[in-house]
Ligand binder design. Structure first.
Ligand SMILES: NC(=O)c1ccc[n+]([C@@H]2O[C@H](COP(=O)([O-])OP(=O)(O)OC[C@H]3O[C@@H](n4cnc5c(N)ncnc54)[C@H](O)[C@@H]3O)[C@@H](O)[C@H]2O)c1
Length: 250
């Protein structure tokens, strides 16, 4: 895998899966723009990349904000001279309650970040990818975008939306040599699962609810993201790749 001369944007690159993907892109030669609402975490990812000799910048970005996304893409292009890869990865969970008890505010926030964020990242990256002669978009869905789970209504809906939005963009932009794929991680060891880890009753079940009987690491997901972004995946588009230890079939 070689991303020398390529520019990649990773949203949610301050932590977890996004940080692992950003470091992986940089190790393989890409210049990386890290987008996050957590500036300290985003800057830390930049420092980690620079410490291994890579090129990276941090751009404060709320993915639900159209103006932020447009500025992010312009900054990446102006700094590194083009855009080839965008990883629409930023996402949040929500209160684990029945849909009747989920507030409309929380519903809107989850849909805005997890689904509209992917729409905006695609909408404003595509013209730059076309200018570059093509590229790759990798969207982060979830195992919970492929099957329903109690108390996760907004998250389920947002991540299922990402799967079909990925197919939509693959169809619309394939003729420009832009491939659009999604990943569907299972339970991965990042900050987003802190609440589950602290649940003494549920964690022993959740942490083994797949064929491999363990949770995954951010690097295991970054491997899949890097593959989908690379030339090795040149005939793969519109796909959603499960990275879940067999969680979907469990
Ligand atoms: N960890 C898992 O088990 C798991 C499973 C399936 C899918 N995912 C998805 O993976 C993606 C990455 O999550 P993670 O597990 O690395 O969690 P994480 O909490 O470690 O990372 C998420 C990052 O996104 C950032 N972020 C949150 N809201 C944002 C916004 N509005 N704009 C920009 N950045 C924002 C956070 O600051 C954080 O750095 C998410 O889309 C998540 O839904 C995670």
């Amino acid at each position: 895998m070689n991303f020398t001369g390529k520019t990649a944007i990773v949203t949610g690159g301050g932590s977890g899966i996004g940080r692992a993907a950003a470091i992986r892109f940089a190790k393989e030669g890409a210049a990386v723009a890290i987008a996050d609402v957590n500036s300290a975490a985003g800057e830390e990812t930049v420092n980690l990349i620079k410490s291994i000799g890579g090129k990276a910048i941090f751009v404060y970005t709320d993915v639900a904000n159209s103006k932020h996304i447009q500025e992010l893409i312009q900054t990446a292009v102006n700094t590194f001279g083009g855009l080839h890869i965008i990883c629409n990865n930023a996402g949040i969970g929500h209160s684990e309650v029945r849909s009747v008890d989920l507030t409309e505010e929380e519903w809107d926030q989850v849909i805005d970040i997890n689904l509209k964020g992917v729409f905006l990242g695609t909408k404003y990256a595509v013209p730059e990818l076309i200018k570059a002669g093509g590229g790759a978009i990798i969207n982060t869905s979830s195992l919970l975008g492929l099957k329903g789970q109690k108390y996760m209504s907004a998250y389920n809906a947002s991540k299922a939306g990402v799967v079909v939005l990925t197919q939509n963009a693959a169809l619309e932009y394939g003729k420009y040599n832009i491939r659009v794929n999604a990943i569907a991680p299972g339970v991965i060891d990042t900050n987003i699962i802190d609440g589950w880890k602290q649940n003494e009753r549920k964690w022993p079940i959740i942490s083994k609810a797949n064929a491999l009987r363990r949770i995954g690491t951010p690097n295991e997901v970054a491997n899949a993201i890097a593959f989908l972004a690379s030339e090795e995946a040149s005939f793969i588009t519109g796909a959603t790749l499960s990275v879940d230890g067999g969680g979907l079939t469990f």
